[in-house]
Design a protein around this ligand. Structure first.
Ligand SMILES: *Cc1c(COP(=O)(O)O)cnc(C)c1O
Length: 400
């Protein structure tokens, strides 16, 4: 905004940016760890973290150094050349997961696009032309044409004309419905281990194991969309670990680059069927993005970040349990690690989030009756307690 009065930002936005976001009435200009500041100098605790993206918090000095050093060395080269950070990141992700090979993209939607193409190619070649993918109601896989076709929220795809065929939907958590929806045309199941955008919905105990078993029996692929749940967010490196299952394909993005746009598709050897010419991306896996993700994932894997996610998540859940005891308006809470939701009996999530913002705590109304919490995985014990104190006063205020 150089040369402009920064108070003009919302006005300039409404004039020059397409009106496609319902934005919070705040212009954020700076951050440090879990804290951010707006253009008036007001400080907030950021429990949205770019929608589960800012894994190491804001302005992490180690990450900033890696990005600066890579920018001075080599920002981008085409995928027609080998690149060191790209292959190092692939090696790290493969060695710390049950998958065998990776490729890189720039977002969650693109990761799922890649996974959908991979599964279709696999099905057409190995399952007699099968190309259909079963996804879940209230699931979320992105905003491109293929990924909205895979997203179980009809209003995200209805304005855009004929949709890509080959997707069917079943209720999340309903194994019998999934079985009934499976046919000779089915090549894969695409599912989130915990539905993020759908409301932080944790599936019933044993559901994901049942899905895995069914895929094995039917000889179809299981694609886990870990775009939101992966990279330490749910208290283990990957959410599939907690379900005791292994995916055939896994997609990542959000937290992978700690704020630098990067996504990944990982697959077991039998599902890694792309050959030269099948798929590609100009920016996908470029040296800058993969050097940043390599650093972030080293911290998540070896730097105690995942353990902190689990412990701080449990601390947050204890606060929620006490709110549930003390406030009639609180219906319950759900989630894993540092992906949590506090659920109310009435549709007051928007009001809670608005008042919390005024009080210096950034939250997200993921459903009309549910508030989502997804702070940086480096959030401190003191910051969790501070956020809980702010939230407590806000709930008191809103439900009085
Ligand atoms: C956010 C999200 C996506 C889409 O990611 P983009 O980077 O916005 O394209 C896909 N799947 C899940 C589970 C997500 O949470």
């Amino acid at each position: 905004m150089r040369g402009n009065d920064v108070s003009d930002v919302p006005q300039l936005e409404s004039r020059y940016h397409m009106q496609m976001f319902r934005r919070m009435p705040v212009t954020l200009v700076r951050g440090e760890g879990t804290r951010v500041w707006d253009d008036a100098g007001k400080e907030y605790l950021d429990f949205v973290a770019g929608i589960a993206v800012d894994t190491l918090g804001h302005a992490h000095p180690g990450l900033a150094d890696v990005i600066a050093k890579q920018a001075r060395t080599l920002i981008h080269v085409s995928n027609i050349f080998y690149s060191e950070p790209q292959v190092e990141l692939a090696k790290l992700l493969v060695e710390h997961s049950v998958l065998d090979q990776a490729f890189f993209v720039n977002s969650g939607a693109e990761a799922n696009e890649g996974a959908i193409k991979l599964a279709r190619k696999w099905g057409i070649a190995n399952r007699d032309g099968a190309y259909e993918i079963i996804a879940t109601n209230n699931g979320f896989h992105g905003r491109t044409l293929a990924t909205v076709a895979a997203t179980g929220t009809p209003r995200y795809r209805e304005p855009f004309g004929p949709q890509l065929p080959g997707f069917t939907f079943v209720d999340y958590g309903d194994l019998e419905a999934l079985k009934a929806a499976t046919s000779a045309r089915t090549c894969a199941v695409l599912i989130e281990p915990v539905q993020g955008e759908g409301g932080v919905n944790v599936p019933p105990e044993g559901y994901l194991k049942g899905v895995r078993q069914w895929c094995d029996e039917q000889g179809i692929l299981l694609i886990l969309d870990e775009v939101q749940t992966g990279c330490g967010r749910t208290g283990t490196l990957w959410a599939y670990e907690q379900a005791g299952i292994e995916p055939d394909i896994m997609t990542l993005a959000k937290g992978l680059g700690g704020g630098v746009p990067v996504g990944a598709v990982l697959a077991k050897a039998h599902a890694a069927v792309f050959e030269p010419g099948d798929h590609g991306s100009t920016f996908g896996g470029n040296p800058l993005a993969t050097a940043a993700a390599l650093y972030v994932m080293q911290q998540v894997i070896e730097g105690g970040v995942t353990k902190n996610s689990q412990e701080r998540g449990e601390q947050l859940a204890r606060h929620f349990a006490s709110f549930e005891d003390r406030f009639e308006a609180v219906a319950g809470h759900r989630g894993r690690g540092l992906l949590r939701a506090l659920v109310f009996h009435e549709d007051i999530a928007g009001e809670i989030v608005g008042k919390a913002l005024q009080a210096g705590l950034i939250l997200n109304a993921v459903r009309p009756n549910a508030v989502r919490f997804m702070p940086p995985l480096t959030v401190t014990e003191e910051e969790i307690d501070r956020a809980a104190r702010i939230l407590e006063a806000v709930i008191e205020d809103v439900t009085r």
